[in-house]
Write a protein that binds this ligand. Structure first.
Ligand SMILES: [Zn+2]
Length: 94
């Protein structure tokens, strides 16, 4: 068996625009973005939801947020190819 790499650091940050609910009591849950840094330099990012009531539920959170995550802008190379495709080919001589 291969040993799991040692955890160097673990940081959790509350997702303020999370609006998911607890699957047990349907009370609004809190969600945290948990970033774990391993000794081999790898990062693991997971979302963890915790019930805001005292039912004690916690689990992986589907990212249900009110504000959508901004999409990365299209790379310039792709825009160039769209412009190139729109270019009209030269007319054949009559
Ligand atoms: Zn609950």
């Amino acid at each position: 068996m291969t040993a799991e790499p040692a955890v160097l650091a673990s940081q959790s940050q509350e997702i303020l625009n999370y609006f998911g609910r607890c699957p047990r009591c349907h009370y609004p849950a809190r969600a945290y973005l948990v970033t774990t840094v391993f000794a081999d330099g790898k990062h693991a990012v997971a979302t963890l939801a915790i019930c805001d009531l005292t039912c004690g539920w916690s689990g992986p959170a589907p990212l249900t947020t009110m504000t959508p995550v901004p999409r990365p802008k299209q790379p310039a190379a792709q825009r160039e190819s769209i412009i190139a495709a729109r270019r009209v080919p030269p007319r054949p001589p009559r």
